[in-house]
Design a protein around this ligand. Structure first.
Ligand code: 8YV
Length: 324
């Protein structure tokens, strides 16, 4: 019997590729860069399995991928895949929850401390040779102790951020469409509040929701206007959850104090005003970019892919209705 054909959209760790290659014929895009749509569609024509990392898999690709049985997305967010179309076609889509949690929460907390203590401004000040003598009034930031962290979304990553924040004596509020159990709220010292209270009371508002039609521009002019003028927005979720033009306006007019952003509305394009604002810390979508996490993501995606090709239920299906 011929071995199943699999395509991998960018070079992934050898361990994961070798694991798949034990059972499948593997082709892999050799560059750590996105494929053109037509290239991806062409590459998917004969395959039954696709390991998608940072690749947009929409109608154009699916139309040509007539043999495809599984798309194993290397990432927890799967807004890059047209899941509804896959479900209609019986194509299983999987993601990699769990393994991304701690590194993403680490980055969210790093952005939080970076904006609070003006880390990047300080670094630039030193490198550019402005430091002549110690100054009492130089680069004052804000304490974390006693401040309020507002978590918009309270899934795995939001909860992991709450764990970190506890150690820094932040007060923790959260809003989520689903309220956590009392036991978890007590364990994390997190209080459930309504959306408006969260926006009004947060000194640091951190976003932890997936991108869906319901969360597109969840944070816009109205929400930003409710926030404190001393508050910071932290986004390690998805750029399109925030109306970036409204954010720029809010920052320019001092409606909020600053932002720590790892994701952007039109990545890799960033609104030019954000680049010019010293109160904003920017990173290039690196929430999961650690050697440990990226390996774990690739291995989990490989397990998901192989499970489907073996006719088993994968650990992380995002369209589980296909197994009902
Ligand atoms: C990936 C991510 O970098 O897990 C996610 O949802 O955003 C990141 O881990 C992204 O999915 C690109 O592959």
């Amino acid at each position: 019997m011929s071995r199943p054909k699999v395509f991998i959209t960018r070079p992934l760790p050898a361990q994961a590729v070798e694991r798949i290659a034990t059972r499948c014929d593997v082709k892999m895009h050799p560059d750590d860069a996105p494929l053109e749509l037509a290239q991806l569609a062409e590459a998917c024509r004969e395959v039954v399995g696709l390991l998608a990392s940072g690749a947009r898999v929409g109608a154009e690709v699916l139309e040509q991928a007539l043999h495809l049985r599984v798309i194993a997305n290397v990432g927890v967010g799967y807004d890059n895949v047209d899941v509804a179309a896959c479900t209609r076609r019986g194509i299983v889509v999987t993601n990699t929850p769990g393994v991304v949690t701690e590194s993403t929460a680490d980055l969210a907390f790093a952005l939080l401390t970076a904006v609070a203590r003006r880390l990047v401004e300080g670094d630039r000040y030193v490198r550019e040779g402005h430091w002549r003598h110690w100054q009492w009034g130089l680069l004052w930031g804000t304490d974390l102790q006693g401040k309020t962290l507002g978590l918009y979304g309270f899934g795995r990553i939001g909860q992991a951020l709450a764990r970190r924040a506890r150690g820094f004596s932040l007060r923790i509020l959260y809003y989520s469409t689903e309220r956590a159990t009392q036991a978890l709220e007590e364990e994390l010292g997190a209080q459930f509040v309504d959306r408006e209270t969260l926006l009004r009371e947060a000194d640091f508002l951190s976003l932890h929701v997936p991108l869906t039609p319901a969360t597109h521009h969840l944070i816009g002019a109205r929400e930003l206007a409710l926030m404190k003028p001393t508050a910071y927005l932290i986004n390690t979720a998805r750029g399109r959850v925030v109306d970036e033009a409204a954010l720029v306006e809010a920052l320019r007019s001092n409606e909020i104090a600053g932002a720590g952003l790892d994701v952007f509305e039109h990545e890799p394009h960033i609104h030019p005003a954000l680049l010019a604002l010293p109160s904003v810390v920017l990173t290039p979508h690196v929430g999961t970019a650690t050697s440990e996490t990226r390996l774990a993501m690739a291995m989990l995606a490989a397990e998901n892919l192989l499970a489907v090709l073996d006719g088993r239920r994968p650990p992380n299906p995002v369209n589980p209705e296909l197994f009902a």
